[in-house]
Design a protein around this ligand. Structure first.
Ligand SMILES: *[C@@H]1O[C@H](CO)[C@@H](O)[C@H](O)[C@H]1NC(C)=O
Ligand SMILES: *[C@@H]1O[C@H](CO)[C@@H](O)[C@H](O)[C@H]1NC(C)=O
Ligand SMILES: *[C@@H]1O[C@H](CO)[C@@H](O)[C@H](O)[C@H]1NC(C)=O
Ligand SMILES: *[C@@H]1O[C@H](CO)[C@@H](O)[C@H](O)[C@H]1NC(C)=O
Length: 353
Protein backbone atom coordinates (compact mmCIF):
# COMPACT_ATOMS: atom_id res chain seq x y z
CA UNK A 1 0.00 0.00 0.00
CA UNK A 2 2.66 2.56 1.05
CA UNK A 3 4.86 1.50 -1.81
CA UNK A 4 2.17 2.21 -4.19
CA UNK A 5 1.65 5.76 -2.79
CA UNK A 6 5.33 6.53 -3.02
CA UNK A 7 5.37 5.50 -6.63
CA UNK A 8 2.52 7.81 -7.45
CA UNK A 9 4.25 10.74 -5.71
CA UNK A 10 7.44 10.12 -7.63
CA UNK A 11 5.66 10.00 -10.88
CA UNK A 12 3.98 13.39 -10.24
CA UNK A 13 7.21 15.06 -9.14
CA UNK A 14 8.91 14.04 -12.31
CA UNK A 15 6.04 15.52 -14.32
CA UNK A 16 6.26 18.91 -12.54
CA UNK A 17 9.94 19.16 -13.07
CA UNK A 18 9.30 18.85 -16.81
CA UNK A 19 6.63 21.65 -17.10
CA UNK A 20 7.32 24.35 -14.45
CA UNK A 21 10.19 26.25 -16.11
CA UNK A 22 7.98 27.46 -19.13
CA UNK A 23 5.65 30.50 -18.52
CA UNK A 24 2.48 30.63 -20.71
CA UNK A 25 -0.72 32.77 -20.96
CA UNK A 26 -4.26 31.35 -20.77
CA UNK A 27 -7.27 32.50 -22.78
CA UNK A 28 -7.26 36.31 -22.97
CA UNK A 29 -9.70 37.88 -20.48
CA UNK A 30 -12.11 39.98 -22.54
CA UNK A 31 -15.39 41.87 -22.13
CA UNK A 32 -18.80 40.99 -23.59
CA UNK A 33 -19.42 40.73 -27.35
CA UNK A 34 -15.70 40.25 -28.11
CA UNK A 35 -15.24 37.49 -30.63
CA UNK A 36 -13.51 34.71 -28.67
CA UNK A 37 -14.28 31.90 -31.10
CA UNK A 38 -10.67 31.51 -32.26
CA UNK A 39 -9.02 31.78 -28.86
CA UNK A 40 -6.58 29.00 -27.85
CA UNK A 41 -6.34 27.49 -24.39
CA UNK A 42 -2.70 28.56 -23.98
CA UNK A 43 -0.39 31.05 -25.64
CA UNK A 44 3.39 31.33 -25.49
CA UNK A 45 5.07 34.39 -24.10
CA UNK A 46 5.36 37.08 -26.78
CA UNK A 47 2.33 35.88 -28.70
CA UNK A 48 0.12 38.64 -30.09
CA UNK A 49 -3.64 38.44 -30.40
CA UNK A 50 -5.77 40.91 -32.36
CA UNK A 51 -9.18 41.35 -30.73
CA UNK A 52 -12.33 41.85 -32.75
CA UNK A 53 -16.06 42.16 -32.07
CA UNK A 54 -18.69 39.52 -32.74
CA UNK A 55 -20.87 40.04 -35.86
CA UNK A 56 -23.43 42.78 -35.17
CA UNK A 57 -21.14 44.58 -32.78
CA UNK A 58 -18.55 47.26 -33.31
CA UNK A 59 -15.53 48.45 -31.37
CA UNK A 60 -16.03 51.44 -29.13
CA UNK A 61 -12.58 51.85 -27.51
CA UNK A 62 -9.28 50.22 -26.61
CA UNK A 63 -6.43 48.79 -28.63
CA UNK A 64 -6.94 45.66 -30.65
CA UNK A 65 -3.51 44.18 -30.01
CA UNK A 66 -2.70 42.38 -26.78
CA UNK A 67 0.53 40.52 -26.01
CA UNK A 68 1.29 37.59 -23.75
CA UNK A 69 3.94 38.97 -21.31
CA UNK A 70 6.95 37.17 -19.74
CA UNK A 71 5.13 36.79 -16.43
CA UNK A 72 2.36 34.86 -18.23
CA UNK A 73 -0.17 37.66 -18.21
CA UNK A 74 -1.78 39.52 -21.10
CA UNK A 75 -1.09 43.22 -21.73
CA UNK A 76 -3.96 45.44 -20.65
CA UNK A 77 -6.53 46.75 -23.17
CA UNK A 78 -9.89 48.47 -22.63
CA UNK A 79 -11.10 46.99 -25.91
CA UNK A 80 -14.92 46.80 -25.82
CA UNK A 81 -17.82 46.29 -28.21
CA UNK A 82 -21.40 47.55 -28.47
CA UNK A 83 -24.24 46.47 -30.74
CA UNK A 84 -24.59 48.14 -34.12
CA UNK A 85 -27.66 50.32 -34.76
CA UNK A 86 -29.95 50.35 -37.75
CA UNK A 87 -31.27 53.77 -38.67
CA UNK A 88 -34.98 54.13 -37.96
CA UNK A 89 -36.86 53.94 -41.26
CA UNK A 90 -39.82 56.01 -42.25
CA UNK A 91 -42.02 57.86 -42.09
CA UNK A 92 -44.75 55.39 -42.99
CA UNK A 93 -47.51 57.39 -44.68
CA UNK A 94 -51.00 56.48 -43.34
CA UNK A 95 -49.39 54.13 -40.86
CA UNK A 96 -47.18 53.85 -37.80
CA UNK A 97 -43.87 52.25 -36.84
CA UNK A 98 -43.57 50.55 -33.46
CA UNK A 99 -39.95 50.50 -32.43
CA UNK A 100 -38.73 49.79 -28.90
CA UNK A 101 -35.09 49.93 -30.00
CA UNK A 102 -33.02 50.01 -33.15
CA UNK A 103 -29.99 47.98 -32.07
CA UNK A 104 -28.84 44.73 -33.63
CA UNK A 105 -31.38 41.93 -33.10
CA UNK A 106 -34.26 44.32 -32.30
CA UNK A 107 -37.53 44.09 -34.18
CA UNK A 108 -39.77 46.89 -35.34
CA UNK A 109 -43.39 46.50 -36.41
CA UNK A 110 -45.40 48.33 -39.02
CA UNK A 111 -49.14 49.00 -38.87
CA UNK A 112 -51.50 50.95 -41.12
CA UNK A 113 -54.28 53.30 -40.13
CA UNK A 114 -57.90 52.24 -40.50
CA UNK A 115 -58.87 52.15 -44.16
CA UNK A 116 -55.33 51.33 -45.31
CA UNK A 117 -53.86 47.96 -46.17
CA UNK A 118 -50.25 47.04 -45.48
CA UNK A 119 -48.30 45.98 -48.54
CA UNK A 120 -44.96 44.40 -47.62
CA UNK A 121 -43.69 43.03 -44.34
CA UNK A 122 -45.34 44.02 -41.08
CA UNK A 123 -42.04 43.62 -39.20
CA UNK A 124 -38.31 44.02 -39.74
CA UNK A 125 -35.22 42.85 -37.86
CA UNK A 126 -32.04 44.85 -37.41
CA UNK A 127 -29.33 42.70 -38.99
CA UNK A 128 -25.68 42.31 -38.00
CA UNK A 129 -24.57 44.59 -40.82
CA UNK A 130 -26.70 47.45 -39.51
CA UNK A 131 -29.44 47.16 -42.14
CA UNK A 132 -33.07 46.06 -41.85
CA UNK A 133 -34.17 42.63 -42.95
CA UNK A 134 -37.24 44.00 -44.76
CA UNK A 135 -37.75 47.24 -46.61
CA UNK A 136 -40.33 49.82 -45.60
CA UNK A 137 -43.84 48.62 -46.52
CA UNK A 138 -46.57 50.90 -47.83
CA UNK A 139 -50.08 51.59 -46.58
CA UNK A 140 -52.45 51.60 -49.53
CA UNK A 141 -56.02 52.81 -49.20
CA UNK A 142 -58.87 50.29 -49.24
CA UNK A 143 -60.47 50.16 -52.66
CA UNK A 144 -64.20 50.50 -53.20
CA UNK A 145 -66.06 50.13 -56.45
CA UNK A 146 -68.08 53.02 -57.81
CA UNK A 147 -70.91 54.08 -55.54
CA UNK A 148 -74.38 52.99 -56.53
CA UNK A 149 -76.51 55.60 -58.25
CA UNK A 150 -79.82 56.10 -56.46
CA UNK A 151 -82.80 55.22 -58.64
CA UNK A 152 -84.17 58.45 -60.15
CA UNK A 153 -81.26 60.36 -58.62
CA UNK A 154 -77.57 60.92 -59.07
CA UNK A 155 -74.40 61.56 -57.14
CA UNK A 156 -71.81 64.28 -57.34
CA UNK A 157 -68.29 62.98 -56.70
CA UNK A 158 -65.73 64.78 -54.57
CA UNK A 159 -63.18 64.13 -57.33
CA UNK A 160 -63.12 62.47 -60.73
CA UNK A 161 -63.24 58.68 -60.26
CA UNK A 162 -60.90 57.03 -62.72
CA UNK A 163 -60.94 53.37 -63.84
CA UNK A 164 -64.15 52.66 -61.94
CA UNK A 165 -62.29 52.57 -58.64
CA UNK A 166 -62.62 54.68 -55.56
CA UNK A 167 -60.58 54.72 -52.39
CA UNK A 168 -61.16 54.88 -48.70
CA UNK A 169 -62.04 58.47 -47.81
CA UNK A 170 -63.66 59.26 -51.16
CA UNK A 171 -67.08 60.80 -50.79
CA UNK A 172 -70.11 61.68 -52.89
CA UNK A 173 -73.15 63.85 -52.44
CA UNK A 174 -76.46 62.31 -53.48
CA UNK A 175 -79.07 64.43 -55.21
CA UNK A 176 -82.71 63.73 -55.96
CA UNK A 177 -84.37 65.95 -58.55
CA UNK A 178 -87.48 67.75 -57.28
CA UNK A 179 -90.22 66.81 -56.61
CA UNK A 180 -88.43 63.69 -55.42
CA UNK A 181 -87.11 63.84 -51.89
CA UNK A 182 -83.98 62.15 -50.59
CA UNK A 183 -84.40 59.58 -47.83
CA UNK A 184 -81.17 58.49 -46.19
CA UNK A 185 -77.80 60.13 -45.91
CA UNK A 186 -77.04 62.93 -48.31
CA UNK A 187 -73.31 62.16 -48.16
CA UNK A 188 -71.78 58.78 -48.90
CA UNK A 189 -68.27 57.47 -48.14
CA UNK A 190 -66.05 54.64 -49.25
CA UNK A 191 -65.63 52.88 -45.91
CA UNK A 192 -62.75 50.84 -44.51
CA UNK A 193 -64.53 47.55 -45.27
CA UNK A 194 -64.48 48.34 -48.98
CA UNK A 195 -68.18 49.12 -49.29
CA UNK A 196 -69.88 52.42 -49.76
CA UNK A 197 -72.23 53.66 -47.09
CA UNK A 198 -75.88 52.93 -47.70
CA UNK A 199 -77.30 54.53 -50.84
CA UNK A 200 -80.23 56.83 -50.12
CA UNK A 201 -83.56 56.61 -51.95
CA UNK A 202 -85.34 59.18 -54.05
CA UNK A 203 -89.06 59.06 -53.37
CA UNK A 204 -91.96 61.05 -54.65
CA UNK A 205 -93.45 63.21 -51.94
CA UNK A 206 -96.75 65.00 -52.18
CA UNK A 207 -98.49 67.25 -49.75
CA UNK A 208 -102.28 67.64 -49.71
CA UNK A 209 -103.75 70.83 -51.14
CA UNK A 210 -102.74 73.66 -48.85
CA UNK A 211 -105.34 75.12 -46.55
CA UNK A 212 -105.93 78.74 -45.71
CA UNK A 213 -105.49 80.54 -42.43
CA UNK A 214 -108.07 82.46 -40.38
CA UNK A 215 -108.21 86.17 -41.22
CA UNK A 216 -105.76 85.66 -44.04
CA UNK A 217 -105.34 84.29 -47.54
CA UNK A 218 -103.06 82.26 -49.77
CA UNK A 219 -101.59 83.96 -52.79
CA UNK A 220 -101.29 82.18 -56.13
CA UNK A 221 -102.49 78.94 -54.55
CA UNK A 222 -104.25 76.27 -56.54
CA UNK A 223 -106.35 73.52 -54.99
CA UNK A 224 -104.13 70.60 -55.89
CA UNK A 225 -101.54 68.31 -54.38
CA UNK A 226 -98.13 69.87 -54.15
CA UNK A 227 -94.73 68.30 -54.59
CA UNK A 228 -91.78 68.27 -52.25
CA UNK A 229 -90.34 71.76 -51.63
CA UNK A 230 -93.22 73.52 -53.37
CA UNK A 231 -94.32 76.61 -51.52
CA UNK A 232 -97.40 78.69 -50.94
CA UNK A 233 -97.40 82.24 -49.70
CA UNK A 234 -99.72 83.60 -47.05
CA UNK A 235 -101.01 87.07 -46.32
CA UNK A 236 -103.37 88.62 -43.77
CA UNK A 237 -106.55 90.59 -44.16
CA UNK A 238 -106.39 94.35 -43.57
CA UNK A 239 -105.30 95.36 -40.07
CA UNK A 240 -104.23 91.83 -39.25
CA UNK A 241 -100.54 91.22 -38.72
CA UNK A 242 -98.72 88.15 -40.02
CA UNK A 243 -96.94 86.23 -37.27
CA UNK A 244 -94.59 83.48 -38.46
CA UNK A 245 -93.09 82.54 -41.83
CA UNK A 246 -94.68 84.13 -44.86
CA UNK A 247 -94.40 80.87 -46.81
CA UNK A 248 -95.19 77.25 -46.07
CA UNK A 249 -93.25 74.50 -47.78
CA UNK A 250 -94.21 70.95 -48.65
CA UNK A 251 -91.88 68.85 -46.50
CA UNK A 252 -90.41 65.36 -46.78
CA UNK A 253 -93.01 64.01 -44.36
CA UNK A 254 -95.76 64.95 -46.78
CA UNK A 255 -96.92 67.67 -44.44
CA UNK A 256 -96.77 71.39 -44.84
CA UNK A 257 -94.33 73.36 -42.74
CA UNK A 258 -95.79 75.60 -40.07
CA UNK A 259 -98.20 78.17 -41.41
CA UNK A 260 -98.28 81.73 -40.13
CA UNK A 261 -101.03 83.17 -37.95
CA UNK A 262 -102.85 86.48 -38.51
CA UNK A 263 -102.99 88.49 -35.32
CA UNK A 264 -105.97 90.74 -34.67
CA UNK A 265 -105.85 94.52 -34.09
CA UNK A 266 -106.94 96.02 -30.74
CA UNK A 267 -109.65 98.56 -30.12
CA UNK A 268 -108.49 101.26 -27.75
CA UNK A 269 -111.23 101.30 -25.12
CA UNK A 270 -110.66 104.84 -23.92
CA UNK A 271 -113.23 107.60 -24.45
CA UNK A 272 -111.44 110.53 -22.93
CA UNK A 273 -107.79 111.16 -22.31
CA UNK A 274 -104.48 111.57 -23.97
CA UNK A 275 -102.22 108.81 -25.19
CA UNK A 276 -98.71 108.47 -26.53
CA UNK A 277 -98.70 106.49 -29.75
CA UNK A 278 -96.48 106.25 -32.79
CA UNK A 279 -94.04 108.80 -31.34
CA UNK A 280 -96.79 111.38 -30.80
CA UNK A 281 -98.68 112.62 -27.78
CA UNK A 282 -102.29 112.84 -28.95
CA UNK A 283 -105.86 113.15 -27.72
CA UNK A 284 -107.78 109.93 -28.07
CA UNK A 285 -110.22 111.56 -30.50
CA UNK A 286 -107.32 112.16 -32.84
CA UNK A 287 -106.80 108.38 -33.14
CA UNK A 288 -108.93 107.46 -36.15
CA UNK A 289 -109.96 104.69 -36.36
CA UNK A 290 -109.65 104.00 -32.67
CA UNK A 291 -107.55 100.89 -32.91
CA UNK A 292 -103.92 99.84 -33.04
CA UNK A 293 -102.32 96.83 -34.69
CA UNK A 294 -100.99 93.66 -33.13
CA UNK A 295 -97.68 94.23 -31.32
CA UNK A 296 -98.12 98.03 -31.37
CA UNK A 297 -97.19 99.88 -28.21
CA UNK A 298 -99.27 102.63 -26.67
CA UNK A 299 -98.88 104.65 -23.47
CA UNK A 300 -101.50 106.19 -21.23
CA UNK A 301 -100.86 108.75 -18.50
CA UNK A 302 -101.27 108.06 -14.80
CA UNK A 303 -100.98 110.41 -11.84
CA UNK A 304 -98.65 110.19 -8.88
CA UNK A 305 -100.99 111.68 -6.24
CA UNK A 306 -98.22 112.08 -3.67
CA UNK A 307 -95.96 114.13 -5.88
CA UNK A 308 -98.80 115.54 -7.97
CA UNK A 309 -97.14 114.70 -11.25
CA UNK A 310 -98.02 112.62 -14.31
CA UNK A 311 -96.18 109.69 -15.92
CA UNK A 312 -96.70 107.51 -18.98
CA UNK A 313 -97.34 103.75 -18.71
CA UNK A 314 -96.90 101.60 -21.80
CA UNK A 315 -99.07 98.69 -22.90
CA UNK A 316 -99.02 96.44 -25.95
CA UNK A 317 -101.66 95.12 -28.30
CA UNK A 318 -101.47 91.31 -28.23
CA UNK A 319 -103.69 89.61 -30.83
CA UNK A 320 -106.81 91.75 -30.23
CA UNK A 321 -106.25 92.27 -26.52
CA UNK A 322 -105.12 95.60 -25.12
CA UNK A 323 -104.83 95.78 -21.36
CA UNK A 324 -105.31 99.35 -20.15
CA UNK A 325 -102.97 99.88 -17.16
CA UNK A 326 -104.88 99.86 -13.88
CA UNK A 327 -103.45 103.22 -12.75
CA UNK A 328 -105.17 104.93 -15.66
CA UNK A 329 -108.33 106.69 -14.54
CA UNK A 330 -110.57 107.85 -17.29
CA UNK A 331 -111.66 111.41 -16.43
CA UNK A 332 -115.32 112.30 -16.13
CA UNK A 333 -116.94 114.12 -19.01
CA UNK A 334 -117.11 117.39 -17.03
CA UNK A 335 -113.47 117.42 -15.92
CA UNK A 336 -112.36 116.45 -19.39
CA UNK A 337 -114.27 119.25 -21.06
CA UNK A 338 -113.90 122.05 -18.49
CA UNK A 339 -110.56 121.46 -16.87
CA UNK A 340 -108.38 119.37 -19.19
CA UNK A 341 -105.21 121.01 -17.84
CA UNK A 342 -105.67 119.04 -14.60
CA UNK A 343 -105.34 115.67 -16.35
CA UNK A 344 -102.24 113.52 -15.56
CA UNK A 345 -101.12 113.99 -19.16
CA UNK A 346 -101.21 117.80 -18.82
CA UNK A 347 -99.72 118.45 -15.38
CA UNK A 348 -96.02 118.42 -14.75
CA UNK A 349 -94.36 115.13 -15.68
CA UNK A 350 -92.73 113.20 -12.86
CA UNK A 351 -88.97 113.28 -12.87
CA UNK A 352 -87.76 109.83 -13.60
CA UNK A 353 -85.27 108.96 -10.92
C1 LIG B 1 -43.84 43.58 -32.68
O1 LIG B 1 -44.79 42.55 -32.78
C2 LIG B 1 -44.43 41.38 -32.05
C3 LIG B 1 -45.44 40.30 -32.38
O2 LIG B 1 -46.73 40.81 -32.39
C4 LIG B 1 -44.40 41.72 -30.57
O3 LIG B 1 -44.05 40.59 -29.82
C5 LIG B 1 -43.39 42.83 -30.35
O4 LIG B 1 -43.42 43.23 -29.00
C6 LIG B 1 -43.67 44.00 -31.23
N1 LIG B 1 -42.60 44.97 -31.10
C7 LIG B 1 -42.80 46.27 -30.86
C8 LIG B 1 -41.61 47.12 -30.77
O5 LIG B 1 -43.91 46.74 -30.70
C1 LIG C 1 -66.36 51.24 -65.88
O1 LIG C 1 -67.58 50.51 -65.80
C2 LIG C 1 -68.44 50.67 -66.88
C3 LIG C 1 -69.73 49.97 -66.58
O2 LIG C 1 -69.53 48.90 -65.72
C4 LIG C 1 -67.77 50.14 -68.14
O3 LIG C 1 -68.60 50.32 -69.27
C5 LIG C 1 -66.46 50.88 -68.36
O4 LIG C 1 -65.76 50.32 -69.43
C6 LIG C 1 -65.59 50.79 -67.12
N1 LIG C 1 -64.42 51.64 -67.29
C7 LIG C 1 -63.17 51.26 -66.97
C8 LIG C 1 -62.10 52.24 -67.24
O5 LIG C 1 -62.95 50.17 -66.46
C1 LIG D 1 -70.07 44.78 -48.57
O1 LIG D 1 -71.14 44.73 -49.49
C2 LIG D 1 -71.38 43.41 -49.99
C3 LIG D 1 -72.45 43.53 -51.04
O2 LIG D 1 -73.53 44.30 -50.61
C4 LIG D 1 -71.78 42.52 -48.84
O3 LIG D 1 -71.99 41.22 -49.30
C5 LIG D 1 -70.68 42.51 -47.80
O4 LIG D 1 -71.08 41.77 -46.68
C6 LIG D 1 -70.33 43.92 -47.39
N1 LIG D 1 -69.16 43.87 -46.54
C7 LIG D 1 -69.15 44.40 -45.32
C8 LIG D 1 -67.88 44.22 -44.57
O5 LIG D 1 -70.08 45.01 -44.86
C1 LIG E 1 -97.04 64.40 -40.91
O1 LIG E 1 -97.94 63.58 -41.60
C2 LIG E 1 -98.06 62.26 -41.11
C3 LIG E 1 -98.94 61.51 -42.04
O2 LIG E 1 -98.47 61.62 -43.33
C4 LIG E 1 -98.59 62.32 -39.71
O3 LIG E 1 -98.70 61.03 -39.17
C5 LIG E 1 -97.67 63.13 -38.84
O4 LIG E 1 -98.18 63.29 -37.56
C6 LIG E 1 -97.41 64.49 -39.46
N1 LIG E 1 -96.34 65.13 -38.74
C7 LIG E 1 -96.39 66.40 -38.36
C8 LIG E 1 -95.18 66.91 -37.66
O5 LIG E 1 -97.34 67.09 -38.58
Amino acid sequence: MSECLLLLLLCQLSLYSLVTPVKVCGRPPVGPHVDDGDFQRVYEVGHEVFLSCKPGYSQTKGTRKITCGVSGTWSHSTFSCEPKRCSIPGPLLHGAIQAADNVYRSTINYTCNEGYILRGSSFSHCLSDGTWSHSLPSCDPVICSLPEIPKYGKFIASRKFKDNTTFFGDSVEYVCPPPLALFGDERGFCTSNGNWTRTPECRLVTCPPPTGIPNGFMSFAVKRDHGYKERVRYGCNANYVLDGPMEAECEKTGNWSTKPVCRAPCTVGIERGRIFYNGKKMWIKELKPKRILHADLLAVYCKNEEKNCGYPVATQCIDGKLQIPACFKEPGRLEYNLNPSSLPSEIEMCKSN
